[in-house]
Design a binder for this molecule. Structure first.
Ligand SMILES: [Zn+2]
Length: 119
């Protein structure tokens, strides 16, 4: 019985660690990735912070243009332009969803920011 529980505990720990690793570094394919699976794109290129509401980037409003300017498209061009933005509610937080468009290939992507007051 002890052996059985021990095995169970070890399995639980490994599953937990696996989920944690996936949450942090996104090992498993995400929904966005599956939707865009037909597009030529290097694996893992879309897993930066800010690409999903759950990984919204905490940022001062004044830094937004700078962060957007640093974005690189899946086509490797660093030419993302702000198309539009919306405030969205996610898990009791208000996030700024900024729609970006690549000036080179025309691909769209959203960036999510959790805006905080400038200190
Ligand atoms: Zn592009």
């Amino acid at each position: 019985m002890v052996t059985f529980l021990g095995t169970l505990a070890i399995v639980a720990v490994f599953v937990g660690v696996g989920l944690l690793i996936d949450r942090r570094w996104s090992v498993l394919p995400r929904k966005e990735e599956l939707i865009e699976a037909g597009r030529k794109k290097p694996l893992g290129s879309d897993h930066e912070v800010g690409l999903a509401p759950a990984t919204a980037l905490a940022c001062e409003p004044s830094r937004l243009p700078k962060v957007i300017a640093q974005q690189r498209c899946a086509c490797k061009a660093r030419a993302m332009e702000r198309v539009s933005e919306d405030d969205v509610r996610y898990a009791d937080r208000t996030l700024r969803a900024v729609k970006l468009r690549c000036a080179r290939c025309g691909a769209h992507r959203h960036l999510y920011f959790e805006l905080r007051p400038t200190s």
